[in-house]
Ligand binder design. Structure first.
Ligand code: ATP
Ligand code: MG
Length: 352
């Protein structure tokens, strides 16, 4: 194994990284660690919020902390539904650390032991991208306390708290950062000439970095379009998701939901307001209050709904449009009308 080049496996950084000062500072804090085990940071949030991008950016900035290398594993299976088996992941890591392929054990316990021996006394960073479960991440913790694990996940991996993980929930980008991301991506004179349209466009993207970078890329490929024209194209909330070609990102989370939760997601998407209370959810889903809250919490765990405070929840606007689109495709019209009547009934009762 001697003479193996230091692994530098990170994917390329974002071309126009914007904002995220708080996230980067929190990663620095978590990296300080406790000394007896490798620090672990978990970046969580919905698809396209910028988890992988922030992790890669921070790791590039802090490359010198990890002189023995930076390893990268994508834990999302091709299908998006099942985790990549741990033996496959450990095999990739061991080969990345210089173990010849024919010496990588096929047995999980043996591969784990070898991984711990190989990583002892090293200063490594491991980016476990798109984890599906806490167990997937736990299996990759190296033996040396001078190393660090960063995991990204759309799912809440609360069980990692027992391994001392620090959790970072990524918020949407504020309008000014969103406008900077757009301007950086577009890269010509248009954003400077149309600052109001840029702010409007950032708003229509709901501060979701993926939506912002797609909108920016579309403007790059249409050099004659004004930004106002792109705003007009995205203004219609019935076609916004398709125009941004972003539905597949949320589909991946949606299709992992158990049927009852998926059903609730479609129904709750009918409510156009910014906040959903457990009372409203109970009325819409026709469930007792505690069961409605459990469904809301499950959607939060899946990264499809955000907690906005005690007993207050809300969809990201683009995710709500996705939920409504799922209802359009999958729910009978009569059922959708019944849901809307229950929403109106609840709101009328709430007013009195
Ligand atoms: N802070 C940022 N500055 C500039 N661009 C960003 C930023 N964050 C994200 N992006 C861009 O947004 C897109 C989506 O980001 P990213 O892939 O990191 O999301 P994610 O949260 O990891 O999503 P997923 O759950 O699907 O893996 C990328 O194309 C990236 O370039
Ligand atoms: Mg990612």
């Amino acid at each position: 194994m001697a003479g193996i080049a230091v692994p530098r496996q990170l994917p390329p950084p974002a071309a126009h990284f914007t904002g995220r000062a708080d996230v980067l500072a929190t990663l620095d804090e978590i990296a300080t660690g406790s000394g007896d085990r490798p620090p672990m940071a978990v970046l969580q949030g919905p698809g396209g919020i910028g988890k992988s991008t922030a992790a890669v950016h921070w790791l590039n900035r802090r490359a010198t902390r990890f002189p023995d290398g930076q390893l990268y594993v994508d834990l999302r299976a091709e299908s998006g539904f099942e985790p990549v088996p741990s033996t496959v992941v450990l095999g990739r890591l061991l080969r990345g650390l210089g173990v010849p392929g024919d010496q990588v054990p096929a047995d999980l316990a043996e591969a784990t032991t070898m991984y711990r021996s190989v990583t002892a006394r090293k200063r490594l960073a491991i980016l476990a991208d798109d984890a599906f479960s806490a167990a997937q991440v736990v299996g990759l913790v190296p033996a040396s306390p001078d190393s660090m694990v960063l995991a990204t996940s759309r799912w809440r991996l609360g069980r990692l708290a027992t391994y001392g993980a620090g959790f970072i929930e990524l918020p949407v980008l504020p309008v000014t950062d969103g406008a900077d991301l757009l301007a950086g991506t577009v890269g010509d004179g248009r954003p400077g000439r149309e600052p109001a349209a840029v702010a409007e466009l950032a708003g229509l993207c709901g501060g979701l970095p993926l939506a912002l970078s797609i909108a920016g890329a579309r403007l790059v490929s249409r050099p004659r379009w004004s930004i106002a024209r792109m705003v007009r194209e995205l203004a219609d909330d019935r076609t916004r998701l398709a125009a941004l070609d972003i539905g597949a990102v949320f589909d991946l989370s949606y299709r992992c939901l158990p049927p009852a939760t998926a059903h609730a997601y479609r129904r709750l998407g009918e409510y156009p307001g910014p906040e959903i209370s457990p009372g409203l959810a109970a009325a819409v889903l026709r469930l007792p209050g505690n069961e409605a809250t459990a469904v809301l919490d499950h959607l939060v765990d899946a990264g499809l709904l955000a907690e906005r405070g005690a007993d207050r929840y809300g969809f990201h606007e683009l995710i709500r449009l996705h939920a409504r689109g799922c209802a359009e495709r999958e729910e009978p019209e009569a059922e959708r009308q019944a849901v809307r009547r229950r929403i109106l009934g609840y709101l009328a009762r709430d007013l009195h």
